[in-house]
Design a protein around this ligand. Structure first.
Ligand code: DX5
Ligand code: ZN
Length: 217
């Protein structure tokens, strides 16, 4: 699956971004919420997501890069997204936070910073519906993919197989036409792409390529 990140869209013409995504082979909208505290950037909040939620037909995948996500789960749940992901590094009581997301019938996602090892999240894997491995340090679009992420995808895929679990693996940050095939091959199910899609002269074609490129390695 492909989830274009709205963060890289032209905010004066969000309707055009929505039209493009609906027409495309993309599967989800990736929605990046930043608070200027957990990450050194501020993106957008409730009014934008509400406006999007009123018009989109494809599911929304909300990525909370915020401190104290528990405080806001209910407000984001009101937009009926498919997924809400919270950061491992932002949660003191992760079981409780995931339980609260899932109590609204929403997939509980766990986002993981580049420096956080797969062994740190091992004990929660039975409780997550999706693990979002960051391919960059969260906070900004358009950064270069951190290569060690590939090793983390393989490690997580192996654990998933070994324990017979069925959470989705999502990769967020630095995804482009050159690495998409190898990320899928390593075990990823969902690729988030911001600048690769929205800075492309032909976003529809780029989404098609991200989704269907075959690995050569
Ligand atoms: C980064 C965000 C990403 C970002 C990806 O903090 O979580 O979702 O929009 O952007 P690209 O694809 O440009 O790296
Ligand atoms: Zn994101």
């Amino acid at each position: 699956m492909i989830a274009p990140s709205i963060l890289s869209a032209n905010f004066l013409h969000l309707n055009e971004a929505v039209d493009m995504v609906e027409k495309s082979e993309a599967d989800w909208y990736h929605i990046d919420v930043m608070d200027g505290h957990f990450v050194p950037n501020i993106s957008f909040g409730f009014p934008i997501i509400k406006a999007l939620g009123n018009v989109v037909k494809k599911p929304m995948d909300i990525h909370l890069m915020i401190s104290n996500p528990d405080q806001y789960v209910e407000r984001f749940a009101a937009f009926h997204p498919k997924v809400i992901s919270v950061h491992f590094e932002a949660c003191m009581h992760l079981h409780r936070t995931l339980q609260s997301i899932k109590s609204f019938g929403i997939m509980g996602g766990l986002a993981v910073n580049p420096h956080t090892s797969i062994s740190s999240i091992s004990e929660i894997l039975e409780r997550v519906d999706l693990v979002c491995l960051m391919g960059v340090n969260p906070g900004f679009g358009g950064q270069k993919f951190i290569l060690e992420t590939l090793r983390k995808i393989k490690h997580l895929t192996a654990i998933r197989e070994e324990r017979n679990l069925n959470f989705l693996i999502e990769i967020d940050g630095g995804v482009d036409e050159n690495n998409s095939a190898s990320l899928f091959k390593a075990g990823a199910d969902v690729l988030v792409a911001g600048s690769a899609v929205f800075k492309s002269p032909n976003p529809l074609k780029t989404i098609e390529k991200l989704k269907n490129n075959k690995s050569t390695s």
